[in-house]
Write a protein that binds this ligand. Structure first.
Ligand code: HEM
Length: 342
């Protein structure tokens, strides 16, 4: 495929805005309906032509061959305004090195530390709920996921006022990032209150992280959090330099983990709770398993392998309601496919 010729166009493109409004208004409806036009369908993000893959085999090909279908294109460029050149946005040529450097952050010993933090955060959230109180589940668990991420990444480094602001900035960014990926940059640069809030939230998040990194470098302590691991990571295969991540690269990775780890986790928990509410029999089975495995102690990493039914609930939730489908679809497919056809 060397040109876009012959790839059918999806109907309904607006002048200048392309299919941005349709994607913004009803992303699932628009993407599902595009399949009727062919295995590959051309759409427009603002003025940019983008090829949408609607066939499972071609999708596999695109996702597995990341050398040919490299990241790039307008959606990735917009994502990079916030995420920089971290794991989710970097091109293939840099991915392996970054991946190697981040890997130690996710070794079992570290995961066990993070799990203890998450468990404590979950306990705090759950005890604030009581029978009869009506809660917005998605909102509650998004707060929990953001809080757990902030704590696992920075441990005690953030005073509570900054932590609260960072969590709320993160929510602002999560709300705004998708529209930025599908609407023309001119619209998202207008000085509207929403755009200003988004811009301020982005720069505050990045500057908070930069300050913490500077403090950590000076103190040279290992706080056993994600940030310490990233700062201590050394790439033994690196040619030249000391093989460590630079400060700018650490900022990019931390923001990436922030974004990649909040909505995904929060949506998975929300849908799992929804499904369990629909199937009381399975809810009861889950409670029985958890009571049996935990035997009164707080949940820990070591319990995970024995929580077999619980794992199946999560896996089925991910199958039925895969989170981040919107962001991932638009963050990677158009970029990768565009790189190939251009
Ligand atoms: C239920 C929870 C989660 C789901 C469903 C999920 C889903 C995904 C998906 C679909 C990808 C794209 C893979 C690809 O490009 O081929 C991805 C990548 C990624 N996720 Fe997650 N994610 C979850 C939780 C997290 C958490 C908690 C973090 C951070 C702590 C995280 C960080 C990342 C990163 C850094 C990448 C890029 C990896 C790379 O390109 O090497 N994710 N995730």
């Amino acid at each position: 495929m060397s040109t876009l010729n012959g790839i059918p166009h999806a109907p309904g493109a607006w002048p200048l805005l392309g299919h941005g409004p349709a994607l913004f208004r009803d992303p699932l409806g628009f993407i599902s309906s595009s399949r009727a036009h062919g295995d590959l369908v051309q759409i427009r993000l603002g003025p940019h032509p983008v090829v949408m893959v609607c066939d499972p085999d071609i999708t596999q090909q695109v996702l597995r061959d990341d050398r040919t279908f490299d990241k790039g294109g307008p959606a990735i460029e917009r994502g990079m305004e916030l995420l920089g050149n971290g794991l989710t946005t970097c091109p293939h040529s840099e991915h392996r090195r970054q991946r190697r450097l981040c890997q130690p952050s996710f070794c079992p010993e570290r995961l066990s530390d993070y799990a203890a933090v998450m468990s404590a955060e979950a306990e705090t959230t759950a005890t604030s709920w009581c029978d009869g109180r009506v809660i917005d589940v998605n909102r509650e668990v998004t707060g929990l996921a953001a809080q757990a991420l902030v704590q696992t990444m920075f441990s005690t480094a953030l005073p509570s006022s900054t932590r609260y602001r960072t969590t709320s900035d993160l929510a602002t960014v999560l709300e705004g990032i998708f529209s930025r990926m599908v609407l023309p940059p001119q619209l998202t640069r207008l000085p509207t209150p929403g755009n200003r809030r988004y811009g301020q939230a982005c720069s505050r998040i990045r500057s908070t992280i930069r300050n913490i990194i500077a403090e950590r470098r000076t103190a040279a302590t290992d706080s056993r959090d994600l940030l310490s691991t990233l700062l201590g990571a050394v790439d033994t295969d690196s040619q030249g330099g000391d093989g460590a991540l630079t400060d700018a690269e650490v900022v990019d990775q931390v923001v990436t983990f922030f974004l990649a780890g909040t909505d995904t986790t929060a949506n998975t928990i929300s849908w799992a709770l929804h499904l369990l509410s629909q199937y009381p029999r399975f809810q009861e089975r889950l409670h029985t398993e958890v009571d049996h495995v935990l035997a009164g102690s707080p949940p820990a990493y070591a319990h995970l392998e024995d929580l077999e039914f619980t794992r199946r609930v999560i896996t089925e939730t991910l199958r039925l309601y895969p989170p981040a489908w919107r962001a991932w679809a638009w963050a990677t497919w158009p970029g990768r496919v565009r790189a190939r056809v251009s």
